[in-house]
Design a protein around this ligand. Structure first.
Ligand SMILES: [Zn+2]
Ligand SMILES: [Zn+2]
Length: 456
């Protein structure tokens, strides 16, 4: 249906002749030479850690179902996923016995029905409890709904807002060029629970396109389960200059058992869930990002200086790196750097770093005839969203669905309602003309999702 990589066991050294190639004769599969399971590439000497492809596929399915296929309008048969399939036109086709409008898809000719959004007042009340940051029991009491109905309308609210945002995004993501920006964060909940999460924004506007968490209901092997208490994440800006900071991060990576062993401190999973290793989430997250780039002519990805993110970014962009349509950059924000780096070599891969006004960057992929030249306008976009989410998310959450629903509601509210210098990310991204209040946004989403075909 759409091209997402299925086999991640290959060489990940960009300059190696085996880069991205599966089943090369140069490989020793499941090599244990360095003390962990790896693919040994005899051509470049690298040992990328072994990836359990099946687990990636299972989690990808789980996350795709939540992030891209929860549609409430349009054809259920041929328009399965946002972005990956084309939106269909339809014509009126009578009513069901229960009085629901039926529609006939002009694309696949099949008949489907779309329900009306009932009890909008209850949805509005639930939204108000989200804005007021009430904990769940207070929220249920305030709305006067039963717990079951509260969760039912919370789900409706999340559906309305995500459908609104995805349909809007889909209209605009037909550009020939897009730049994305990705960082990983840790979000702590009550009782030492928490999760690792990856955020991706459109890099020119700061509009948050995708957030995934390492919470899953899939069965995991011991190797893929996150259960560390150790924290090896370097705090920002401890060094006196940017070059030291870069070197320190590479050194820290070298001290890991392997490059993708990212440890983020103690995190307990929420009820009836598992936590996958952050590096495994990266593969899932970047596979899903193909939704936003597979139609563009060229794209660029700015990622934080983190090996596990690097590997996933390279794998996801492999077809376009090969045809020189994609570029991947590391970036490292650094305030008031007193020195200027020009093509300075650092780290195991010999990455070359240069300064820009708010830090330093390094081209991970081959240097192309860069057009536009490296241009990361704001390194704080994802931090701003993280601060917002940390301040808004209900820390008592203890179910995967509720957590996912809350996260999506906040993603959309942040994009359309939160402003920086008078503009919301959605305005910067040309998806909206004004900042919305949350209630205005909900009304707009309800109108937008009520698909009425043109009479012909
Ligand atoms: Zn190699
Ligand atoms: Zn159809």
């Amino acid at each position: 249906m759409f091209n997402i990589r299925e086999d991640f066991n290959c060489c990940k050294t960009v300059s190696c002749r085996n880069f991205g190639i599966n089943k090369s004769d140069d490989y020793i599969y499941k090599s244990k030479r360095l003390g962990y399971l790896a693919v040994e590439c005899k051509a470049c000497g690298s040992h990328p850690p072994w990836v359990n492809n099946q687990i990636i596929e299972n989690i990808l399915k789980e996350k795709l179902a939540f992030h891209f296929s929860r549609k409430i309008s349009h054809c259920t048969h041929c328009y399965q996923y946002f972005f990956f399939n084309e939106k269909n036109e339809a014509q009126l086709h009578g009513f069901t016995a229960a009085g629901t409008q039926r529609l006939k898809c002009k694309n696949c000719q099949r008949v489907y029905s779309v329900g009306k959004h009932k009890n909008i007042d209850a949805i509005k009340q639930v939204l108000q409890t989200v804005i007021d940051k009430l904990d769940t029991s207070a929220a249920i009491k305030k709305t006067g709904l039963s717990a079951r109905l509260y969760y039912f309308y919370l789900d409706k609210l999340s559906l309305l807002l995500t459908n609104f945002s995805r349909l809007k995004e889909q209209e605009i993501l037909q550009r020939d060029y897009i730049a994305l920006q990705t960082e990983g964060k840790v979000l702590h909940l009550d009782h030492k629970r928490g999760f690792y999460t990856l955020f991706t924004a459109e890099a020119d506007s700061g509009y948050i396109l995708l957030q995934t968490s390492n919470v899953t209901q899939q069965k995991l092997t011991k190797q893929d389960t996150y259960h560390s208490t150790e924290n090896t994440v370097i705090k920002d800006g401890c060094s006196s200059n940017v070059e030291n900071e870069i070197n320190q991060r590479y050194q820290q990576t070298m001290q890991r058992k392997h490059f993708e062993k990212l440890l983020v401190g103690e995190l307990k999973p929420i009820n009836r869930c598992n936590l996958i290793n952050p590096a495994r989430l990266s593969y899932v997250h970047f596979s899903m990002l193909r939704a936003f780039i597979y139609k563009t002519e060229r794209y660029r990805h700015y990622i934080e200086l983190e090996s596990s993110i690097r590997a996933a970014a390279l794998m996801s962009a492999y077809p376009e790196i090969k045809t020189e349509k994609a570029e991947i950059y590391y970036y490292l924000p650094f305030a008031d750097s007193k020195e200027t780096l020009i093509n300075k070599k650092a780290g195991w891969w010999g990455d070359r770093w240069s300064s820009f006004e708010s830090g330093a960057y390094s081209a991970i992929t081959k240097k192309l005839q860069s057009n536009p030249p490296f241009d990361l306008r704001d390194t704080e976009y994802l931090n701003r969203y993280f601060t917002y989410l940390e301040g808004s998310l209900n820390k008592g959450l203890n179910s995967m669905n509720t957590l996912a629903n809350f996260s999506e509601i906040h993603r959309v509210l942040f994009n359309f309602c939160e402003t920086n210098k008078g503009k919301s990310p959605a305005m910067q991204f040309a998806l909206a003309e004004k900042p919305y209040t949350a209630q205005e946004l909900l009304e707009e989403a309800i109108r937008f999702n009520q698909y009425v075909p043109k009479k012909d």
